[in-house]
Design a protein around this ligand. Structure first.
Ligand SMILES: Nc1ncnc2c1ncn2[C@@H]1O[C@H](COP(=O)(O)OP(=O)(O)OP(=O)(O)O)[C@@H](O)[C@H]1O
Ligand SMILES: Nc1nc2c(c(=O)[nH]1)N=C(CO)CN2
Length: 189
């Protein structure tokens, strides 16, 4: 449900027909199972192949210590993508889940269990949502250096709505547990 101060104001996601604004979105990619780089690169290609989505930047790749994961979990590779899209945010969420499935993502009852691919929506324009299916901005992004650092690399002046400039959030959080893998990169074509 989109939050808007005036219920008669129609959110962009409820518009039908030809007119849809282009919005900038930030996607976080993660993998700590299988061929991690291949999964991240595959996700970039699948997102780039999505109609009405244009990938504008891929961040550097970071090797990151698992945060709030089961004991013994392996390190992640994490990166961030900037996209422009005219897709409704819910359609983008559906697409992200389908891409995870295509890369053999298994869903477990165990929170934060190892995964071949995680595609999270961090922000989609100024869209707010508080559905189980789609929470925007991502409710845990502000506490995640593995999201904020790669995002900062590609958009240093970005602001996380209601939380503030990501540069400030990152300065408070620090970057312990993150290693820039300058031997790895994502190709946006
Ligand atoms: N902004 C969002 N990005 C990704 N998934 C979201 C978002 N908001 C809600 N979801 C929902 O969360 C579910 C995916 O949860 P998943 O198991 O991938 O969480 P996770 O990535 O392990 O943990 P976290 O949400 O803390 O990153 C999906 O059902 C998806 O619809
Ligand atoms: N380092 C790291 N830790 C995590 C990650 C992640 O992508 N990287 N994702 C999580 C749930 O989405 C939980 N913990």
């Amino acid at each position: 449900m989109t939050e808007t101060p005036n219920p008669h104001i129609v959110d962009a996601d409820t518009l039908t027909g030809e007119m849809r604004p282009i919005r900038r979105a930030v996607l976080s990619l993660g993998s700590n199972l299988g061929d991690r780089l291949a999964s991240l690169q595959g996700a970039v290609e699948a997102i780039a192949d999505t109609p009405d989505v244009w990938v504008t930047a891929a961040s550097p790749v970071y090797e990151t210590t698992p945060v709030n994961c089961p004991p013994g979990s392996d390190n992640f590779l994490n990166a961030v993508l900037l996209i422009d899209t005219t897709l409704a945010a819910n359609r983008l969420m559906d697409r992200a889940l389908a891409i995870e499935d295509a890369f053999d993502r298994e869903r477990s009852e165990v929170p934060n269990s190892p995964r071949t691919l995680d595609v999270d929506l961090i922000v989609v324009g100024d869209r707010r949502s508080n559905d189980d299916h789609l929470r925007l901005p991502h409710p845990r992004a502000a506490e995640r250096a593995f999201v904020l650092k790669p995002w900062f690399d590609v958009e240093p002046d970005a602001v996380l709505p209601e939380r503030g400039p990501i540069a400030e959030l990152l300065a408070d959080l620090g970057t312990d547990g993150l290693v820039h893998r300058d031997d790895l990169s994502l190709d946006v074509g």
